[in-house]
Design a protein around this ligand. Sequence first.
Ligand code: NDP
Length: 341
Amino acid sequence: MENDASVPKQRTMVQAKVWILRKHFDGFPKDSDFELKEEQLPEPKDGEILLEAVFLSVDPYMRPFSRVRMKEGDVMIGTQVAKVLQSKNPAFPEGAHVVSRAGWRSHTLSDGSGVQLLLSDWPNDVSLSLALGAIGMPGLTALYGLEEVCQLRAGETLLVNAAAGAVGTVVGQIAKLKGCRVVGSAGSDAKVAYLKELGFDVAFNYKTVPSLEQALKQAAPEGYDCFFENVGGAFSNAAIPLMRPLGRIAVCGAISTYNDTSPQTGPFPHLTMIMNQLRMEGFMVGRWENKNPESLRRLLAWRKEGKLKTPEHVTNGFENMPKAFMGMLRGENLGKAIIKA
Ligand code: NDP
């Protein structure tokens, strides 16, 4: 019977590992908020593809978005670089690499929505993981925040916080390429040393300076034309009064507030904003999606020319995703936090 051609071939089942949000985060996330489950995935049907995660991303947005976009029991949201293992969709050939919004999953059956092929001319000597970092969403965030929101001009002084992270490292380097003076803050001396290597004019450890206000004033006695805001809270309170007239603030993130259980309050910036005629604009990277192909090529070109350094903090093992996520929120990463599956 075993060799009987009339017996239909047994369908190959793939075992997927999946990280679930077991409990909504209350304050800083903890291990027990996550649960690792296994799922059996059938073979792809017509139009479907089977993906295997190669690199996965942990990003700050997952913390606030978990509240508004997820319910308990959902797969953790997120993006990954994946390989197409099997394909019944001609747009995604087997063996191709894609960026997929599949969430925290080792394997995914997909109809192709939320899946994008990597740039066709991705160089062999550039890690595919950069498609989740400097040549991906965080790099685009840096570019659009500077060009579209700040409208940064040569000769201006820019401040960026969380400067040694995925977005911050790209912000500082692009601002230098544009001929600006760049001040950055980060949470360890090793990060500060790295920012100086990247060409930041001034970098300081916001955790150890005696006074944040003094450190910011000393770094730019004439004040700041642009502020690329990643942190919010007390940092924001210290920085906004140091903006120059007609200064621009790109509100990209507020990571110092993401784990708050009750909202932080004032001082309120209105009078400073009025007197100095400041512009403060929140933005989401997706607003300029139509520009992404051209923008990714610009980022890749800078990388190829050696003008854009792309540090990464790689954690090995899909099982370690919660650890990598919480580590990133604590500041363990220099550059983009990545998980190698
Ligand atoms: P990072 O790689 O910068 O990692 C997060 C970093 O934040 C940590 O390494 C840590 O560095 C810093 N941090 C954590 N807690 C605090 C705190 N209390 N005060 C100051 N710094 C803190 O992450 P990303 O580059 O991916 O993201 C940076 C910011 O950009 C985030 O706020 C994120 O939400 C935002 N973002 C917004 C997007 C948009 O479309 N608007 C898109 C992508 C990101 P340190 O050691 O320096 O403390």
